[in-house]
Structures are given as structure tokens and as C-alpha cells.
Design a protein around this ligand. Sequence first.
Ligand SMILES: Cc1ncc(COP(=O)(O)O)c(C=O)c1O
Length: 402
Amino acid sequence: MSKTTTWRGFSERVLQIQPSMTMEVADRAKTLKSQGVEIIDLSVGEPDFDTPDHIKQAAVKAMESGYTKYTKNVGMDELREAVCAKFRRDNEMEYTPEEIIISSGGKHVLFNVMMALLNPGEEIIIFAPYWVTFTEMARLAGGEPVIITTKESMSYEPDIGRVRRAINPRTKAILINSPGNPTGAVYSEDTIGALVDLAREHGVFLISDECYDRVTYNGRHVSPASLEGSPGLVITVQSVSKPYAMTGWRIGYGGANSEIIEQMAKIQSQSTSNANSIAQYAAVEALTGAQSFIGEMVGEYRRRRDHTLGVLNRIPGVTCSTPQGAFYVFPNIAQYYGHSYDGKTLSSSLDMSYYLLDETHVAVVPGGGFGADDHIRISYATSMQELQRGMERIQLALEALR
Ligand SMILES: Cc1ncc(COP(=O)(O)O)c(C=O)c1O
């Protein structure tokens, strides 16, 4: 019997969200790879470094010691304390363990936050270019994303006047992501302060995705909660994925007023329960052990960032701001729209990404999925050698269109 004759359809919730646009190009890259084509992958959103050995050893020790059972739903006490110490050390934020939740990645923390805060029809302000997941996750939780665009000429910082005008009685939260994916923008302390003030003035939550907090090139990232004083409206989201090259371990953590944490914990307890126990032990070591790895990794990223920018600056018509954090560059390549390739006019970031993949075998991510169709995202979380080859090919492919 055909399934469609018995199905009564999917939920409106799932039907209204989009699969990730980043996946389309990634799928084509995978197909080409399976056909034996050698692909240079500049689309990845994770460090190419291995997890430091002392962190892996902490996991081995945890397993050998039998720490393989459920932990507290909100996370182990030891890890919640380690997060408080980390917040104090790196971000000048004061949280107590009751104000911390450990979840299965930063993404999971964000999901718990959105599920705990958003009612159907309530609005959440998101700044474009945004990480692809923000809008779809907000919709999944029943909320309505309200997009405010930011400009490259303003270093992708939000215009506070526009934010103020967008706030209305349906606004529940403002979501920020600094250092940001895909732009690498790091908001100034003034901007962060103005957003904290706005949140207070209107009683809206300020969700701060700081998953790249340790990956900055000039100066320190400022956490809004450090300006707020005691936890009130700011919800801090961080993760061990990017700073410690631990994407596969799936540990993220949130800091917020304990009443918010309690509601998030209810959602977690009825869905996934605690994050992986072994990974939690490894995360304690990551946050409290030697931190020198991060400096070395960021130093290498800086070298690669500068190389990537150097090549982009030589390509006529391409503009690109200098990212101050994360490991992506986000060049504007719209000058090349309208050119033809293989009888087809290239008119979007998706067309351009397919062109680069098919013609040069370099995978990048179309900016359209981030709400910025004039751009493509290039990740430099790959070896210098691969990056050099990839960037050379991108340069040649764009110049060939002129
Ligand atoms: C902006 C941003 N936030 C959150 C995450 C989530 O990372 P994880 O769930 O691995 O902690 C990512 C991962 O790419 C990201 O780019």
C-alpha cells in the first residue's frame, strides 16, 4: 500500500521550516566526491584542528571510572561550576550554578531557549546576515522572526534606532550573535550596551549567541551579561564546539536567570535529558585545563584570514570587510551577477556557488541562506595549503567571467 494513502500529513510546524540552503551545495559536493572528483571544501563550519589530547584523556578516564550513566538533567554540578568559573575568567560575567544549563551543543541550548520563551505569533528580532538556523528554529518554536538588515559599511553592527522602532508589544526577544557567523563581525561595547539598555527599557529578552567568544582577532568579545549585572533579561549561549575543536562531542551551555533555566530544563527533561556524560567530563577539562591551544589555533586562523582577504582584495569588483572573529569571510560578489556561464546567467549566490563548485571544484556556502544573497561564505577552517589552492581557483573563476 502506498504510504500517501494512509498518511494524514505532517505538522504545520515542520512544513513551514526550510531545509538548510547550505546543504544543497554540500550535497552536490558529496555527489561529485563520490564520483572521484577532488573537492576543496571551503564550506565547513567547524575547526579542522583535532580536539586537544588532555581533553580526550579526560573522556577516557571518565569511561574507565564508570561515569557512563545519566547525570542531572541540567548537567553535572562540576561542569556547571566550571562554566561559572569560565564565565568569570573569560567574560567577566557572574553566574551561580543554578543559573547554568548544560545541553547537547549550543544549538540545543538555543532550541531550549526559544521553546521556553516564544508563544505563537510572538516576534524575535534577528539581524541579517544571520546564521541559517536562527530563523528556522524560531519558527519551529512558534515565533515569528523579524529581520533587521545590517550593513557591511557599518561593520554589520545593528542600527539601534531601527531596533527600537521594530520593538512592539508582540516582541519577545532580540537575538544577537557576536562574534558572528557568517560575517565574523564583533559588536563594539557601545552597541552591546545599547542593546542591553533597549532590552531593559522594553522588558524583552536578549539572547546572546557567543559560540565563537574565544575566536577573536582584535580585542575581546564583550558579553552583554557582563554589562547587565545580575542575570535578568540576558540569556548567554556558549559552547565548547568551536574554541576547543569539539564539534562532535555536543556540549553547549547557557547562563540565565534561574527561573529561565528552570523552564529550559523542563523542555530538556522531556526531550533529550542530560547531555552525554562522558562529553561533560571532557568539557570540564576543556574549560578548566590548559587554554594555550586556543591562542595557537586563533593565531593560525589569523594567518589564514589574512591570506584569504589578500586574495579577495586582488579580485576586481569583490568587496569584503575584515572579520574580527569566527573563521569565515563573507565577500560581496554581486558585481559578477549577470555574467553567463555555460549558457546560463549567474544571478544569485546559489548560482555562483554551483558555478564555483562545478567549474573549479571549490565548495563555498551561498549567502542567500544567511539572508544576504549578494555574498558567499568562505570558511578558512581548513589547512593553509587547501585554502591557498581554493582561493587561487576562486580568483581565476571570477576573473574568467569578466
Ligand atoms: C552562530 C552559531 N551558533 C551556534 C552554533 C552551534 O554550535 P554547537 O551546537 O556545535 O555548539 C553554531 C555552529 O555552527 C554557530 O555557527
